[in-house]
Design a protein around this ligand. Structure first.
Ligand code: NAG
Ligand code: NAG
Ligand code: NAG
Ligand code: NAG
Ligand code: NAG
Ligand code: NAG
Ligand code: NAG
Ligand code: NAG
Ligand code: NAG
Ligand code: CU
Length: 656
């Protein structure tokens, strides 16, 4: 029956029908390297990095660990790479390039030490501990990674460095391990700062500053659980940093730490507990005040984390946390920041990952409901690898169904998974996910193994999937015209045009329920999206008598701390239905102080006037072509809306 169907249906029809189902998770092919890290280079390409391992796919005679994935064709092209990217971090740059930082030493098969100093001849990889690698994305397959430690490198070795961009487009790199491990400590923890050379307690900048790498007190305070620290630049220019159970606001220019409250309930959110963490949307309604949301991770007792080698307990039998906390680090009313209990997730998750959707809702996917990130051949409770129930995986019970969190819903009703399908593919340690320009989400990776293992419980995974959020049920998606290629910090507003084919129903209603948002999908690795942010641009509109909507859109607010210079996707969202995203550069494209300008007033909103025979109910139910015909009043009859702040815009069509 199935075979007959595929004979009868043209294949393009079949795949198109599958691909667009709202809530579905669809397999979209083979990434050839296991996608531990990914980022969106431009509207066409996703760049993928793996660690050095024995992938069957070969380039220049050695197993590949880098690739580029073409979104339209779902095909992978291998790329060459010199150094070991194992557990690097990454960030966008102001000109649309991306950088990755650090990694591991050169290794051979099964993670063995390299056969030569700093180079392994079997896997053909060099030490990546201090590497800074740069990619200038291209739409073909001919761009290459710049990866030359002799010309560009960090001052310290960093594996799992916390990474955040600054207002001038430079990047700060925070702490990390020197050579990797499960947690960043020895036991007993007699040397909490340096761990006998295992821990890297300093921070440094890219491009390097004269002061060089400086000691960061927070790394000692949080000793053990301080790698991949969660770091978010705040409007003041200070940085919110969270690791272990500690939280600070950090003045990285003067290296001054201001303590904020401890994470409640003993839930650790950094690796390897690996909670899902994201900054909530910055909107005109919240006056661009950031709040950070933490969900899941682990409340394992401190002792259970063990040391560099392995955990003390059988983590895979320890339930992950379902606890969510929200904090506004810089409240505009001057009150003291505090963690606020948020709705529990629908289940516990470690390595859950937040993807901010154009609707301002947060998708969570991937991860497991038991255990932690990381891999090991033993725990103190299971000393023999042969007895490890899930091979090297320290997590178990993969959560296969995404859920969606609505930050604006009343407490108690923020989580939902209505209409969302379940994947068949576990995505545990070293999985990744990323928002794509069509507002779907690519999901890839998972490889809780030291080297490629296709036969273990949670194998090395090459199959990518795409998740289609609920808005893929829409039959009409907005098609904005006139999206600029660049946005400035402040200055004159610009116009985006939406023709009536971009919406259904009444034009005034649609215009009033339209947002223009910029999203930085970020550099995804280890259940994080480094640099991920969502900012709604302020806007008003003019609804024309022919049904075309002209959106008058503000530039980015004139504070580069809110969204640092570099690439973002711009979406227009009408009635909760996003357009395709256009890649746009925020700022002047250069590392350095960004020019800012006074915000110029937006024109007042203008709605189209219905004919006198229209009733409010007929306005709501009439279709757009009949709207277009009945709205025959000339420009002079346009009604100015009352001056009122978005989004509480009042629509004057309802009084006829
Ligand atoms: C973008 O900026 C980075 C860092 O300054 C630089 O290495 C890279 O070459 C630039 N890319 C382009 C295309 O100019
Ligand atoms: C986290 O920090 C606390 C001190 O605040 C320390 O007692 C604990 O051992 C740390 N946890 C780990 C796993 O290192
Ligand atoms: C958004 O624009 C409206 C209309 O010009 C203005 O009243 C409001 O203050 C702006 N909001 C923000 C947060 O800038
Ligand atoms: C997860 O942990 C619980 C609690 O220890 C245990 O009952 C369950 O069997 C574990 N699940 C898996 C798949 O190991
Ligand atoms: C794969 O994992 C299984 C157990 O998890 C192990 O027995 C086997 O040796 C591994 N294979 C390779 C090639 O590492
Ligand atoms: C969005 O992009 C996809 C993929 O490029 C394309 O097939 C589709 O037609 C676009 N949709 C709109 C509404 O622009
Ligand atoms: C509606 O009128 C405006 C202004 O003349 C024009 O720019 C726009 O293209 C028209 N829209 C349609 C759908 O014809
Ligand atoms: C705006 O669109 C959303 C999503 O479709 C819908 O839930 C909401 O009711 C709309 N709001 C108004 C004021 O129409
Ligand atoms: C929309 O209006 C047109 C023109 O009046 C009409 O032909 C069409 O049937 C209407 N469609 C719906 C869905 O009401
Ligand atoms: Cu890792």
């Amino acid at each position: 029956m199935k075979i007959m169907l595929s004979f009868l249906l043209p294949s393009f029809f079949f795949s198109a029908a599958l691909a667009q189902t709202a809530g579905s998770i669809v397999e979209v092919g083979d990434t050839q390297v296991s996608a531990m890290m990914m980022f969106l280079g431009n509207e066409e390409k996703v760049y993928i990095l793996d660690k050095v391992e024995g992938n069957a796919a070969k380039i220049q005679g050695h197993s590949a660990w880098a690739a580029v994935w073409d979104i339209a064709s779902s095909t992978t092209t291998l790329m060459d790479m010199t150094t070991n990217t194992f557990c690097a971090s990454g960030m966008h740059l102001p000109n649309g390039s991306f950088a990755t930082f650090g990694g591991n030493k050169a290794i051979g098969p099964q993670g063995a030490d390299s056969d030569q100093p700093g180079f392994d001849s079997t896997y053909d990889d060099s030490d990546g501990g201090t590497s800074i690698r740069i990619l200038n994305p291209c739409t073909g397959t001919n761009c290459q990674w710049f990866d030359n430690a002799n010309l560009l490198s960090m001052q310290q070795r960093r594996w799992y460095a916390g990474t955040e961009a600054l207002a001038d487009g430079s990047v700060v790199l925070i702490g990390g391990f020197v050579n990797g491990g499960y947690v960043n400590r020895n036991l007993p923890n007699n040397d909490p700062t340096y761990e006998g050379g295992g821990a890297e307690p300093t921070f440094e900048f890219f491009p390097a500053r004269d002061a060089g790498a400086q000691l960061m007190q927070f790394m000692t305070t949080t000793s053990g659980l301080n790698s991949y620290a969660h770091a978010y630049l705040m409007p003041s220019g200070q940085m919110f940093v969270q690791a272990n159970l500690s939280t600070i606001l950090w003045d990285y220019n003067n290296n001054i730490e201001t303590p904020l409250p401890k994470m409640p309930h003993g839930v650790v959110r950094v690796y390897p507990a690996s909670g899902a963490v994201a900054m909530l949307p910055l909107t005109p309604a919240n006056n661009y005040t950031p709040s950070v949301l933490f969900c899941g991770g682990s409340n394992m007792p401190a002792d259970a984390y063990g040391d560099y080698l392995q955990p003390k307990i059988n983590t895979f039998y320890y339930p992950a946390s379902n606890d969510c906390q929200r904090i506004t680090p810089e409240p505009q009313d001057g009150s003291a920041p505090e963690y606020v209990q948020d709705d529990d997730m629908l289940e516990g998750r470690t390595m859950g990952q937040f993807i901010i959707l154009p609707t301002g809702k947060l998708l969570i996917l991937n991860g497991g409901s038991n255990g932690t990130a990381g891999y090991a051949t033993a725990t103190d409770e299971t000393p023999s690898y042969a007895d490890m129930p899930y091979g090297m995986s320290l997590a178990a019970a993969p959560v296969l169904t995404p859920a969606i969190y609505d930050p604006d819903a009343p407490a108690g009703s923020r989580w939902s998974r209505d209409g969302i399908q379940t994947s068949q593919i576990p995505r545990l340690y070293h999985s990744s996910a990323l928002l794509l320009p069509d507002a779907s989400v690519i999901i890839a990776g998972s490889n809780p193994n030291v080297d490629v293992n296709l036969t273990t419980f949670f194998p090395t995974t090459y199959t990518a999937e795409r998740f289609y959020p609920p808005y893929f049920s829409a039959t009409t998606r907005p098609v904005p015209q006139g999206v600029p290629a660049k946005l400035s910090y402040g200055g004159a507003p610009f116009d985006i045009q939406l023709d009536p084919s971009s919406y259904t129903g009444d034009g005034n209603d649609a215009a009033g329920n339209t947002t223009v948002v910029i999203i930085r999908p970020g550099f995804t690795t280890h259940a994080m999206n480094m640099g991920q942010r969502f900012l709604q641009l302020n806007n008003t509109f003019t609804v024309m008598q022919n049904g075309t909507i002209l959106l008058h859109v503000s530039q980015v607010p004139p504070n580069p701390n809110l969204i640092t210079p570099g690439p973002v996707l711009l979406f227009v969202v009408v009635d909760g239905i996003p357009s395709n995203g256009t890649m746009v550069i925020v700022g002047n494209g250069k590392i350095g102080t960004q020019p800012t300008h006074t915000v110029q007033e937006l024109p007042a909103a203008v709605t189209s006037t219905p004919t006198p025979t229209d009733t409010p109910s007929s306005t709501k139910s009439s279709n757009k072509s009949s709207d277009a015909r009945r709205t025959t009043v000339g420009l002079g009859a346009l009604v100015l809306s009352m001056a009122c702040a978005l989004p509480a815009m009042i629509f004057l069509t309802d009084f006829s």
